[in-house]
Structures are given as structure tokens and as C-alpha cells.
Design a protein around this ligand. Structure first.
Ligand code: FA5
Length: 341
């Protein structure tokens, strides 16, 4: 017979049993026993029609209260069981904190081109040069016209250009930085300008994007011997004291006279091989005495000042120093190649 005492008794035993379970499996079984479709509380509800009309309401709500209470307590109990299992697992898992940590063999490092650029800049700063930079998107005026290469001048073909519009382009060399620096500063100047340059050019020794370092010096009485002295000093510091250096006449519209500089072949030591095409020499940079036209453009008095300038390819020097035969290797992100250098 359904009564207040019967309901209380079921509640008491349920709480008691719930208190004593420790596994999820017991929890599932116990929950079915009391709260399942065929559980004890459902049985109590089924008994409601057997009691008098007056008692039915209060006993019905008592059963429902017990049901709500048990549902809450069952869900708390499940959390408690899960937490204690987790703690148990952590406790059982023994960690040996004296073991050495994992070592990562592939740590990042400076890209060879950046390393060689720093090496080159260090040599020039030890000779007294300062570093200046200029924009990669350049005006036609700075890249060509101010450097004595007017429109339609055949020398524009020496550097096949990526144009952005009529007056702007991706700079084809770092020489425009000469003009930008001279425009804003007065001599004496000893400056090097590193940076990316772009040309429509692509094969194993030419890349559409590559790096140059420009250098120039302007003062009173700067002569070709200063140019020879600085570049020989630089090349021997970079490639080794014993390497011979030679200057060959050449042509650049922004220098007069102009020269190309060769270094004794790093592979065959001047005997002649495949790399130097049998000549024993490797071309490394272009240079010359700054053309007086540039001084008139920037407003320097050409009867007072003279200067020299040079431009070198960083990839070219790195390839020669480390005997690399394909320029594209620098940009492929191949870790084993980069680790070798
Ligand atoms: C020039 O760019 C001149 N501005 C250099 C200069 C400066 C001369 C000041 C006189 C006074 P040239 O086009 O030769 O010159 O390029 C210089 C160097 O850049 C070359 O010796 C070569 O090492 C490198 N170079 C040229 N084109 C490429 C390319 N497509 N990929 C990689 N390196 C290149």
C-alpha cells in the first residue's frame, strides 16, 4: 500500500546505496533500479490510483520530489566517480622527472643569404662604411633617369624590368639608393645599401628576385685607386687573402670609367675549369667612378667632389664561396640544403 513511510523508506535505501557505489557500472545499474522505466519510483507512481483522492495529490508530489532529488544526486555522483577515476589514473601513472627532456635537432637558423649579407656588411663597416636602405618599389626616375639612363636609352635593355605603371617599377638594382642618399646628405659619404632587386631573368644563375649590395664613396679627391683598394681589401677579406683580384674595363651609364671585377677561380685556383669556363677568373661585381651627371642631378659641385661606386650580387658571392651551382636552391626552403651551409 502506498504511503508516506513507504516513499521515505525507498528514498533512504536509495541514498544509502548511492553512497556506497564507486564505479560507473554500479551507477548505471543503481540508476535503472530507482529511476529507470521499470524502477522503484515508477512503481510508486503506478500505485497512485490505488490511494484515496485526498492522499493522491500529496503522495504524488512527494514521489516527484524524491525523484528530482535522486536525479540530482545521481548526476553529482557520476561526476564524483569520474573525478576520482581521473585522480587514480594520474596517481598510477608514474613520471620520472629525472629523465632528459626531448631534444629538437632541427632548430631554426639564419638563412645563408642573410648570413653572407651580414658578413659583407661587417667587412664594409670595418672599413668605415655606413648602411642605408631604399624602397623596392621605385620610381623610373631614380632607377633609370637620374642614373643617366634616359627613356629609350639602349642601356635599359641591360636590365629587363617589371613595370608597375608608367612611372613606377620594381627596382632592377640598388644603384637608385645612391641618388636617394646623395639627395639628402652632403659629402663626405661612405655608404653601403643592401636590398632585394627584381629582373625578368630566370635560369640556374639568374633569379627574378635576388639581392644586391651597392656601395659608394664621395669626397674630395677620391680616385680609382681608392676604389681598387677598397674592393681588393673586401674581396680578400671575404674569399681569402691569397686570392688574386683583377679589374676589367666595362660599361655602366652611371660610372665613368667603369670596370668589372674578377676574382681568381675559387674552384681551380686560376688553372681553368668548368666553373670559370677555362679562364681561371670569376666575375663578381660591377663598379666605376661615379659619373659627373649624377652629381649634377643631386646638386653636388663636380669640380670639387669625385666618388666611386660598386654593385655586387649576394647570391653570386654566396654561390662562389660555397660552390653552389643552382641559384634556385636558395629559395626552395629545402632544409637539408640550408643545413649544409
Ligand atoms: C648592376 O646592377 C649595377 N647597378 C652595378 C653597379 C653599381 C655598377 C655601381 C657600377 C656602379 P649588373 O647588372 O652587372 O650591375 O648586376 C650586378 C650583379 O648582380 C652581377 O654581377 C650579378 O652578380 C648579380 N645579378 C645580376 N642579375 C642577376 C640575376 N638575375 N640573378 C642573380 N644575380 C644577378
Amino acid at each position: 500500500m502506498l504511503s508516506w513511510e513507504v516513499i521515505e523508506e525507498i528514498k533512504k535505501t536509495a541514498l544509502n546505496e548511492l553512497e556506497n557505489i564507486t564505479s560507473e557500472r554500479d551507477w548505471v545499474e543503481l540508476k535503472a533500479k530507482y529511476l529507470g522505466k521499470k524502477g522503484k519510483l515508477q512503481d510508486l507512481l503506478k500505485m497512485l490510483p490505488t490511494v484515496s483522492q485526498e492522499e493522491r495529490k500529496s503522495l504524488g508530489s512527494q514521489v516527484n520530489e524524491v525523484k528530482d532529488l535522486l536525479e540530482n544526486l545521481f548526476s553529482d555522483k557520476l561526476q564524483e566517480i569520474k573525478l576520482s577515476l581521473k585522480k587514480q589514473k594520474i596517481f598510477e601513472k608514474k613520471v620520472d622527472i629525472t629523465l632528459p627532456s626531448k631534444r629538437y635537432s632541427r632548430t631554426g637558423r639564419v638563412h645563408p643569404l642573410n648570413r653572407v649579407t651580414s658578413e659583407i656588411l661587417d667587412i664594409f663597416s670595418s672599413l668605415g662604411f655606413e648602411v642605408e636602405e631604399g624602397p623596392e618599389i621605385e620610381e623610373d626616375y631614380y632607377n633609370f633617369e637620374a642614373l643617366n639612363i634616359p627613356k629609350e636609352h639602349p642601356a635599359r635593355d641591360m636590365q629587363d624590368t617589371f613595370y608597375i605603371d608608367e612611372s613606377r617599377l620594381l627596382r632592377t638594382h640598388t644603384s637608385p639608393v645612391q641618388i636617394r642618399v646623395m639627395e639628402k646628405r652632403q659629402p663626405p659619404l661612405m655608404v653601403v645599401c643592401p636590398g632585394k632587386v627584381y629582373r625578368r631573368d630566370s635560369d640556374v644563375t639568374h633569379s627574378p628576385m635576388f639581392h644586391q649590395i651597392e656601395g659608394f664613396m664621395v669626397d674630395k679627391e677620391v680616385s680609382f685607386s681608392h676604389l681598387k683598394g677598397v674592393l681588393t681589401e673586401f674581396l680578400q677579406a671575404f674569399f681569402g687573402k691569397e686570392k688574386n683580384v683583377r679589374f676589367r674595363p666595362s660599361y655602366f651609364p652611371f660610372t665613368e670609367p667603369s670596370a668589372e671585377v674578377d676574382i681568381e677561380c675559387v674552384v681551380c685556383e686560376g688553372k681553368g675549369c668548368r666553373v670559370c669556363k677555362g679562364s681561371g677568373w670569376l666575375e663578381v661585381l660591377g663598379c666605376g667612378m661615379i659619373h659627373p651627371y649624377l652629381f649634377s642631378v643631386v646638386g653636388y659641385d663636380k669640380s670639387v667632389y669625385s666618388g666611386f661606386a660598386f654593385g655586387l650580387g649576394v647570391e653570386r658571392l654566396t654561390m662562389l664561396k660555397y660552390a653552389i651551382d643552382d641559384i634556385r636552391l636558395f629559395y626552395e626552403g629545402n632544409v637539408s640544403f640550408l643545413e649544409q651551409l
